[in-house]
Design a binder for this molecule. Structure first.
Ligand code: NAI
Ligand code: MG
Length: 507
């Protein structure tokens, strides 16, 4: 029996696709998904947050605060303490005291129990954390629920396991903690970056002063509650909130032994200069401009999903985002057509809605940066295509955007945009693809799509980047090291390599 009824390809805000032939999509304004918002009932956000120093919540000495807003509504969520130099000094002193008095002396198997406890409490409170992450930062609940929070817990579990096995991590050597680690993190994965920084530091016996980003401090303050509830000795983890000046006070504090920073290449440079000659150790995770390379023999539909995931995931607020696409010439038309069709189905809007693919841009200033690049790309002569979806009236939004007709020297090809914006180029031979992919000051990540294992090996060896995915993109795991070449940074986080950044090895 043949069935001749329309096949419905769901969704979009503005309509849906209906077709009687599976491969031919026709646009129809029929129906949309009903809203499916995640409830905020179980979430409490205080009107005001203090600093977490020495195991207590304390007011900032100068009494100053700043607002954090929900970028999807522009409404204020809370007011957060602005830590000055005196507060940072207090936090470093608390961390030093905890290091000397308790944490560096505690048997490693005891340390690991505390870290496990943090992981378990995070799992128990996962829904609450996911909602707050989406409220404060604008990312879709699907991502905060399925990626950020579970991965953050997984990092604590993973490094808890290493704490009493450092002799196996560094065979024949004796691993000694560094002391007090100053950690400064960005707004794109707020809780996950806390976990990346705190978990290995604690596992190795260091204590911590951490500063979250000024637009996304709330899950870090909730993590402070978790750390208190897990019974960690006072001062082992201290969390201070503020902007660049607070970060600089941590970097320049004389009693800090190590700086771990994730953020812009520009601030990374400032930090590197500031600590040159001080003997402080450092790791820097900076920007990126990853190449996603599609060969003609790739599974094209999967590759298109990979492109979408590579650049539109988390609004493109990802240092390893696949922001440059290189398609082998013979399949370029097909890939771009399929990509545009797929972009039309992406839903931009309420981060708390489970159907949302692309949430809010994190801040007004980041939206301004992205928009200036959209203008620049057109001025440089590239063709811009944006999906036609509706976006909410209030809040900060950017439709998924691609540029074709770009050349290697264009600024939209060379510079990090940090938004849902993709620059597309073509190549003919593997060598040409490789040399174009490497023509960038960055080297954080890359992606290759091909049916041939030999090509994968050749490309992964040739691309100068720290993380390379084959036939997938943006996959993370606590066991896998992460970090960049060139202007993308220095050092590795994650996995066994991540431990090395928090210890000194003695014979
Ligand atoms: P940023 O580098 O200014 O902020 C990252 C963190 O560094 C925040 O916690 C901030 O308060 C702190 N910070 C700022 N100035 C500092 C200083 N002088 N000393 C110590 N800490 C300091 O990044 P921003 O301005 O939020 O974003 C600008 C661009 O940076 C983005 O458009 C994007 O291209 C890139 N970026 C890259 C990230 C990554 O994951 N590699 C994350 C965030 C931004
Ligand atoms: Mg916010």
């Amino acid at each position: 029996m043949s069935i001749n009824r329309p096949i419905i390809f769901p969704k979009t805000n503005s309509g849906n696709f209906v077709s009687t032939e599976p491969n031919k999509l026709a646009f129809n304004d029929g129906w949309q998904y009903a809203p499916a918002p995640e409830s905020t009932d179980h979430v409490t956000i205080d009107q005001r947050y203090k600093l977490f120093i020495g195991g207590e919540f304390v007011a900032p000495e100068a009494g100053r605060h700043f607002e954090t807003i929900n970028p999807a509504t522009e409404e204020q969520l809370s007011s957060v303490a602005l830590a000055g130099e005196a507060d940072v000094d207090r936090a470093v002193k608390a961390a030093r005291k905890a290091y000397n008095g308790v944490w560096s002396k505690m048997p490693a198997s005891e340390r690991s129990k505390y870290i496990y406890r943090i992981a378990r409490i995070l799992q128990e409170r996962a829904r609450e954390f996911a909602v707050i992450e989406s409220l404060d930062g604008g990312k879709p609940i699907r991502e905060s629920r399925d990626i950020d929070i579970p991965l953050a817990a997984a990092h604590f579990f993973y490094y808890a396991g290493w704490a009493d096995k450092l002799e196996y991590a560094f065979p024949g050597r004796h691993a000694v903690p560094l002391g007090v680690a100053g950690q400064i993190i960005p707004w794109n994965f707020p809780l996950l970056m806390c976990a990346w920084k705190i978990a290995p530091a604690l596992a190795c016996g260091n204590t911590v002063v951490l500063k979250p980003a000024e637009t996304t401090p709330l899950t870090a303050m909730k993590l402070a509650e978790v750390i208190r509830d897990a019974g960690l000795p006072p001062g082992v983890v201290n969390i201070v909130t503020g902007a660049g000046e607070t970060g600089a006070a941590i970097v320049n504090h004389p009693d800090i032994d190590k700086i771990a920073f994730t953020g812009s290449t520009e601030v990374g440079r400032i930090i590197q200069k500031a600590i040159a000659g001080t003997g402080k150790r450092y790791t820097l995770e900076l920007g990126g401009k990853a190449a996603n390379i599609i060969f003609a023999d790739a599974a094209i539909d999967e590759a298109v999903e990979g492109i979408v995931n590579g650049i539109f995931f988390n609004q493109g607020h990802v240092c390893c985002a696949g922001s440059r696409l290189f398609v082998q010439e013979s399949v370029a038309d097909e890939v771009i057509r399929k990509l545009r069709d797929r972009m039309e189905t992406l839903i931009v809007g309420d981060p708390l809605d489970k159907n949302t693919d692309i949430g809010a841009i994190n801040s007004a200033s980041q939206l301004e940066t992205i928009e200036s690049y959209l203008k620049l790309g057109q001025e440089e002569g590239a063709q811009m295509y944006q999906s036609s979806c509706a976006v909410p009236d209030r809040g900060y939004w950017c439709r998924p955007t691609i540029f074709t007709g770009v050349s290697q020297s264009n600024r939209i090809v060379q510079e990090e945009i940090f938004g849902p914006v993709l620059a597309i180029q073509t190549f003919r031979t593997l060598e040409e693809g490789l040399s174009k992919a490497n023509n960038t000051p960055y080297g954080l990540s890359g992606g290759i799509w091909t049916d041939k294992g030999a090509k994968i090996f050749k490309m992964t060896q040739g691309i100068r980047a720290g993380v390379i995915w084959a036939n997938t993109f943006n996959k993370f795991d606590p066991t896998s090291p992460f970090g960049g070449y060139k202007e993308s940074g220095f050092g590795r986080e994650g996995g066994l390599h991540g431990l090395g950044a928090y210890v000194r090895l003695e014979a």
